[in-house]
Design a binder for this molecule. Sequence first.
Ligand SMILES: [Zn+2]
Ligand SMILES: [Zn+2]
Length: 396
Amino acid sequence: MDWILEAAEAMGPQLTEWRRWFHANPELSFQEVETSRRVAEILRSFGCTSVRVGVKGTDTGVVADIDPGRPGPCVALRADMDALPIQERGSAPYRSRRDGVMHACGHDAHVTMLLGAAKVLIDMGDRLPGRVRLIFQPSEESPHSSGARAMIEEGVLDGVGAIAGLHVWGTMPSGLVGYRVGPFMASADEWECLILGKGGHGAVPHLAADPIVAAGAVITSLQTIVSREVDPLEPAVVTCGHMEAGTTFNVIPDRALLRGTVRTFGRGVWESMPGRLRRICEGICSAMNCRAEVRYNRVLPPTVNHPELTLEAAQVAREMFGPTEVQEIPPTMGAEDMGLYLEKVPGTFLFLGIMNEAKGVVHPQHHPEYDVDDQVLPRGSALLAVLALRFLSKLS
Ligand SMILES: [Zn+2]
Ligand SMILES: [Zn+2]
């Protein structure tokens, strides 16, 4: 393991240069054309011959297998490549060259760290105890058109026995590895309730069926899902974030529209939510002489880390970087399409701290001054490479 860390550290200046290039050239979800071209070019420069660019008719998404040329298990390492529609406010020489587009979530670092891991693993030649699939996915930031979903439909998980990924995290000290066994990041779903009543004059409500009063009752009753139905020890959120009804003060409209999001961690709760939401919307509306048309969209499942592989990953990180450099961290309410891979194959998603006050790198994810402490890049590359090796040896 030591030699891997040394090899990754020797790549430090190169990793920094790549990261800054990706930072300066951000591309939005499913538009990662130059990014994927550069990734493919770098992988080919390592002697990797299996690079495939383009997923599901788009020009982006890169998959490559590092194949030692003998039978054995296969594990995957995943990075996301897209940037956000944010105007960068930082002043670094490598700040975004594109107006209104910025790597404010560290996906530039994810791409770079995976490239570094790939180099280390490719250099192992036939000493590699199995195949390692590199997944550079497009579109993580646009959950309605998830790049992970597209890659999985394309078959990138075929034959894969385990997967690992890293996310750099702006509120964790530089170099700190954060892990969480089990549910780690929340699901993110979307719902809509169209309430159909009967319009009329605001002065004669008895001749109408008021969808606004029904909407009010639906909004408050939906909160009983979390307060009265879900186990109080299970985190869950039901939010109504949008309502629309009526045109003026003295008319009862014939419809009202509510929209919102649901967040959960536990798979059981996640699965139960559409039924609960539908029952309350329909029941309340029918009690008020209205009718509810409910749509519930699954957007992203919770990201659930495999217990054994996650503890193994934490142990590996402790051995490599020392016990104080690894910490169990609380779950976060944010969602990640890494959860889609982890639904299909066991694996782990870890956080790597990048906050460095001395360098002024102190901003949280999606902040217009977000940056990455490049010093952590070798650590990320080494960790990914060692995780691939550990997971391979577990599967052998
Ligand atoms: Zn993000
Ligand atoms: Zn992200």
